[in-house]
Design a protein around this ligand. Structure first.
Ligand code: CLF
Ligand code: SF4
Length: 293
C-alpha cells in the first residue's frame, strides 16, 4: 500500500482492521433531515445506512457538537476520528455538517473528519470536503441497476422536486457514480456501504462491488439488513427478512478479490462514542457534559 494511503488509514478504526483495536471514533448527530426514502429506514430512528435502526440519537447543534467532541477528547485518549453519519443525511443538511467541522477544527486540529451519506447531494460538496482535508467519505450504494433500486427507494427529493419509481433510482444511481468519480479526483478515500437485502439485491452486490472498484473505491462494507417489524420500517412491515450470518459470510467470501472488503463493521449509531463495538454515548449526553467544557 502506498505511504500516502497508509497515512490516511493507519489511525482510522473503520478503514483499517488493525487500527480498530487502538483507535476510537465518535459521531455527532447534527444532520436531522434526509433527501431520500429507503425502505429499510424509519425516520424516528437513526439513518440505517451507517447505523443500527432502533436507537434515537440526541439531536444537536454544531455548537453543542463541538462541546461534546472536546468533552470526549478529554476522556477518551484513543479518539482519532469524528464522523457525521446521521440521523439523516450528512450532505443534505451540509451547512450544519460543515459548520460542525469548522468549529471542531479550531479546537482539535489533529482530529480526522469522516462523513457518511447516501450520495444524492454529495457531488455538490466534494470540493468543500477537500477544503476541510476530509480524507474519508462513506457512500451507501445498494444497487447499480435502477430497476433493483425501485424495490429499495420509493422516492427521492432532488433539486426541489420529488421523484418516484425508476426516475428516482436512476437519478440516485447517477449521482452516486458521479460522487465516486469526483471523490477519486480529489484523492479522498471512499468506503461504500451496501445493505444486503435477501431476494432484493443480494445477488446483485457482486455487480455493485465491480462498479465501485472500477471507480476507485477503497473499501466495500456489506452490512446485513436489520429489519425489525417493531420499528415499523417498510421492509419490516412487509416481512422482508435480513440475511443470516452464514448468508452474509458466503456473499463476503464471493466478493473477495474485488474491491477490498471491510468485515469489522459494528453498525454504529449516529451518536456512537468509543472503540468500535463499545458504546459510551450515554456517558456523554448534553446534560452530563453541560458544565464540563
Ligand atoms: Fe463513523 Fe462510518 Fe466514519 Fe466509521 S462508523 S462515519 S466510517 S467513523 Fe465504522 Fe460504524 Fe461500521 Fe460505520 S463501524 S457503521 S463503518
Ligand atoms: Fe433513512 Fe438514511 Fe435512507 Fe435517509 S439515507 S432514508 S435517513 S436510511
Amino acid at each position: 500500500m502506498p505511504d500516502h494511503v497508509w497515512n490516511k488509514i493507519k489511525d482510522h478504526p473503520c478503514y483499517s482492521e488493525e487500527a480498530h483495536h487502538y483507535f476510537a471514533r465518535m459521531h455527532v448527530a447534527v444532520a436531522p433531515a434526509c433527501n431520500i426514502q429507503c425502505n429499510y429506514c424509519n425516520r424516528k430512528y437513526d439513518c440505517s445506512n451507517e447505523s443500527r435502526p432502533g436507537v434515537t440519537s440526541e439531536r444537536m447543534t454544531p455548537e453543542q457538537a463541538a462541546r461534546k467532541v472536546v468533552a470526549v477528547a478529554n476522556k477518551v485518549p484513543q479518539l482519532s476520528v469524528l464522523g457525521i453519519a446521521g440521523p439523516g443525511d450528512s450532505m443534505f443538511d451540509a451547512l450544519k455538517t460543515f459548520e460542525t467541522f469548522r468549529q471542531v477544527e479550531k479546537l482539535l486540529p489533529d482530529l480526522k473528519f469522516c462523513v457518511s451519506t447516501n450520495g444524492l447531494a454529495l457531488p455538490d460538496h466534494v470540493d468543500r470536503l477537500a477544503d476541510h482535508n476530509i480524507d474519508h467519505v462513506t457512500v451507501t450504494i445498494n444497487m447499480v441497476d435502477p430497476e433493483i433500486g425501485t424495490a429499495i427507494y420509493p422516492w427521492i427529493y432532488f433539486k426541489g422536486k420529488r421523484y418516484t419509481g425508476l426516475d428516482a433510482s436512476k437519478i440516485l444511481h447517477e449521482r452516486q457514480m458521479e460522487s465516486l468519480e469526483r471523490l477519486k479526483g480529489k484523492d479522498i478515500l471512499v468506503k461504500v456501504n451496501s445493505v444486503m437485502i435477501p431476494g432484493v439485491n443480494d445477488a446483485h452486490l457482486m455487480e455493485v462491488n465491480a462498479a465501485i472498484k472500477e471507480r476507485g473505491a477503497f473499501l466495500h462494507n456489506v452490512m446485513p439488513l436489520i429489519s425489525d417489524p417493531a420499528h415499523g420500517t417498510h421492509f419490516g412491515l412487509t416481512g422482508q427478512r435480513g440475511p443470516t450470518p452464514s448468508e452474509l459470510k458466503t456473499l463476503q467470501d464471493q466478493l473477495a478479490g474485488g474491491a477490498n472488503l471491510m468485515r469489522h463493521c459494528r453498525q454504529c449509531r449516529a451518536d456512537a462514542v468509543g472503540m468500535l463495538g463499545e458504546d459510551l454515548s450515554q456517558d456523554f449526553t448534553m446534560d452530563k457534559i453541560g458544565d464540563e467544557v
